[in-house]
Design a protein around this ligand. Structure first.
Ligand code: C2E
Ligand code: MG
Ligand code: MG
Ligand code: MG
Length: 279
């Protein structure tokens, strides 16, 4: 009896493992096709000045228009892309497309925005990354100071010395670096001081808790730490006017969130820009 159930459990385990592996292989094949067929799309979410409401930048967020599944959010395919080696070609596409868009908006006289791109640490391991980025910058003619690289706090912490050097080199040519989802990782003050970064992005979970005593203390402390280290602060996930008023009072400079706008497809983002002043 015991042996039997053990056997069943094993059978169940191998079957579900098998299903998972098949699922991952399928996803990898689908993503390969998606890259070839241009099924990925960048949405843009404004970054807004807390003080005067002007649009100071935009974050590029990737989406997948799967012909069967519809619009797939990044959390459903970025982790798989990172596991399968598709993150490098996908990340290359995101960077190239975001830079081209920045240049197009500038040329159209629409706005000269600071454009943020989320970078996977897998992209930094790619030995060709630095050269590819240089080529993109040279060919597009973008001012490197109009490009911002976002990496999550926990991904940053896992990075090797070599990857940190690569980020430091980007920063030296004017590209800004943001620590995304800040507060959810475990960086120490000593690390923060040493890291080649310009901006802390306060994670939405802290903004959600702004009305509680501990939530407020977290936000205020993050802003204070950031300013002590000469870093800029972006609040993520502002959905209500009260949250905006609260972070304004802490000295936080920039925010993102549905209160201003959700991430938008290019045409809608352009319409948004026409109705909102940008710096
Ligand atoms: P993130 O970089 O922290 O982006 C913020 C996420 O919060 C986005 O989800 C955005 O749509 C969402 N958001 C913004 N404002 C609000 C708000 O007011 N309320 C709520 N509830 N949500 C808000 P999204 O677009 O689904 O992206 C999820 C994550 O996927 C991103 O988190 C980022 O880590 C990753 N990601 C997206 N695009 C890329 C990419 O091109 N490359 C890499 N490596 N990762 C990406
Ligand atoms: Mg981000
Ligand atoms: Mg974030
Ligand atoms: Mg996030």
């Amino acid at each position: 009896e015991a042996k039997n159930s053990g056997k069943n459990r094993f059978k169940f385990f191998t079957e579900s493992l098998h299903k998972q592996v098949i699922g991952e292989i399928q996803l990898e094949q689908d993503m390969q096709r998606a890259l070839k067929n241009d099924e990925f799309e960048l949405y843009f979410q404004p970054k807004t000045c807390v003080k005067d409401g002007r649009i100071v930048g935009a974050e590029a967020l990737v989406r997948w228009n799967d012909p069967q599944k519809g619009l797939v959010p990044p959390n459903d395919f970025i982790p798989a892309a990172e596991k399968t080696g598709l993150m490098v070609p996908l990340g290359d596409w995101v960077l190239k497309t975001a830079i081209e868009q920045q240049v197009a908006w500038k040329e159209q006289g629409l706005a000269d925005l600071h454009i943020s791109v989320n970078l996977s640490p897998v992209q930094l391991i790619d030995t060709l990354f630095d050269r590819k980025l240089q080529t993109l910058i040279n060919q597009s003619g973008i001012n490197p100071s109009q490009l911002d690289i976002e990496m999550t706090e926990s991904q940053f912490m896992e990075n090797t010395e070599q990857n940190l050097n690569s980020l430091a080199a980007m920063r030296e040519q004017g590209i800004t670096i943001s620590l995304d989802d800040f507060g959810t990782g475990y960086s120490s003050l000593a690390y923060l001081k040493k890291f080649p970064i310009d901006t802390l992005k306060i994670d939405k979970t802290f903004i959600d808790d702004y009305a509680t005593e501990s939530g407020a203390i977290f936000i205020e402390t993050i802003v204070k730490i950031a300013h002590t280290l000469d870093l800029h602060v972006v609040a993520e996930g502002i959905e209500q006017e009260a949250q905006l008023n609260y972070i304004a009072q802490t000295g936080c400079e920039t925010y993102q969130g549905y209160y201003c706008s959700a991430p938008l497809p290019v045409a809608e983002f352009e319409a948004f820009l026409k109705n909102h002043p940008s710096t």
